[in-house]
Structure formats: C-alpha cells, structure tokens
Design a protein around this ligand. Structure first.
Ligand SMILES: Cc1cc2nc3c(=O)[nH]c(=O)nc-3n(C[C@H](O)[C@H](O)[C@H](O)COP(=O)(O)O)c2cc1C
Length: 192
C-alpha cells in the first residue's frame, strides 16, 4: 500500500486516527484495480538502471542473469537485494546455491549484458566465456573487470507475485578498473 492509499484509508474510510496501527495487509483496498502493466512498463522505461549481472554456481554449473532490479538494502550489515523472474526455471539454482555475486557492468560490457539476457543467441554454457571471473569468499563468480562486484551470501528469499526477491549479505567487494557505467534507459543501453 502506498502513502496515498494509507491517507485515503485514514481520512476517507472513517477508519479513525488509529488506522495507522492496522497492518497494511489487513486494510481494505478502496482503490481501483491494478494499474495497467503496460502503463507501468512505460513509466519504468524512464527509470534509469545500472545494468548488472547476478551470478551463482551450484554443483559445477554457473548461472548468470542480466538485471537492473537490484539495489542496496543497508550498510549495517552490508546487504543488497535482487529481483529475479520466478517463471524462469533456470533461476531456481540461486536458491539452491545460497550464494550470489552482483556484478555492476561497465560500458564495454554491453555484449556480456546482451548474452546474459539471452538476447544475442549465446548458449547458456558459453556465456561465462565472455568474461574473466574470480572467486572471493562465497565462491560465486565475480567479474574481474566489473566496475564493482558484491560477493554475497543469500540470507532470505521472498516471493512477490511474478518475481522472487533475493536478499544477500555482502561478504566481500571487488573493485575492478574505473570505467563508465552501463545504464539501461528508454529501452536501450547508455553510458554514464
Ligand atoms: C537491461 C535488462 C535488465 C533486466 N533486468 C532483469 C531483472 O531485474 N530481473 C530479471 O529476472 N530479469 C531481468 N532481465 C531479463 C533477464 O536478463 C532474461 O530474462 C534472462 O537472463 C533470460 O533467460 P535465460 O538466461 O534463461 O536465457 C533483464 C534484461 C535486460 C536486457
């Protein structure tokens, strides 16, 4: 529930001033049905995101996915979150390994980003050949020349509609060479 809906609940629905004590999920939905997903995606197209590849390895098989839905959660303890599509069976390996690395990409990594998004026809088994990878603490593959790589232990997973949100505690950080960042905006790649 957003703040507008909360205020509507308190001010308009006669819920009274103690309504803020009611857990959000128990409040009646007095609003319209869901916003049109196409409209939402058009809005998100104007939201710039740093392109990253989240990686893991389990029983000798490496998995990487290009993402923009990832961010910092806290610096104490250092932690991040990543949202992954739950309908892609290949993503289940993240829950099994219990570790992941979040690799922030530089401008020259666009072919890597395309490959790990499945957009350039590179087979799953050949994608990791496009970069050099190092291991830090958890054993998840960290891109050697990433702008920065966060090596994480999985601490929690929450299922939220179509996606699962992975929370990770950062166990080590890898600083690659400084370079312009790869950004996704207006449905295309940009450099910052
Ligand atoms: C710029 C960009 C950002 C993306 N962000 C996400 C994301 O945050 N979460 C996600 O699950 N998929 C995201 N995707 C889609 C996945 O990269 C893609 O569906 C997946 O890697 C393809 O599946 P495959 O690896 O099984 O071929 C993004 C794709 C692109 C090009």
């Amino acid at each position: 529930m957003d703040i507008k809906r909360l205020l509507h609940h308190i001010l308009v629905s006669n819920a009274g001033p103690t309504a803020y004590l009611t857990p959000f999920h128990e409040m009646p939905l007095t609003d319209q049905p869901f916003l049109d997903p196409v409209l939402y995606r058009n809005g998100m197209a104007r939201y710039a995101g740093h392109v990253q590849v989240v990686t893991t390895e389990f029983e000798g098989v490496s998995r990487g996915v290009t993402v923009t839905a990832a961010c910092s959660v806290s610096d104490n303890p250092p932690s991040v979150l990543v949202c992954l599509n739950g309908s892609n069976a290949n993503n289940a390996v993240f829950g099994k390994s219990g570790v992941f690395a979040l690799n922030s990409l530089a401008a020259h990594h666009q072919p890597l980003a395309m490959a790990f998004a499945g957009l350039s026809g590179v087979p799953l088994g050949e994608r990791f050949l496009l970069g050099d990878w190092v291991r830090l603490v958890t054993g998840a593959p960290v891109l050697a020349d990433a702008v920065v790589g966060f090596d994480c232990r999985l601490t929690d997973i929450k299922q939220v509609s179509t996606h699962f949100v992975m929370f990770g505690e950062v166990k080590a950080i890898h600083f690659g060479p400084e370079a312009p960042s790869l950004i996704y905006l207006d449905r295309g790649f940009h450099t910052l």
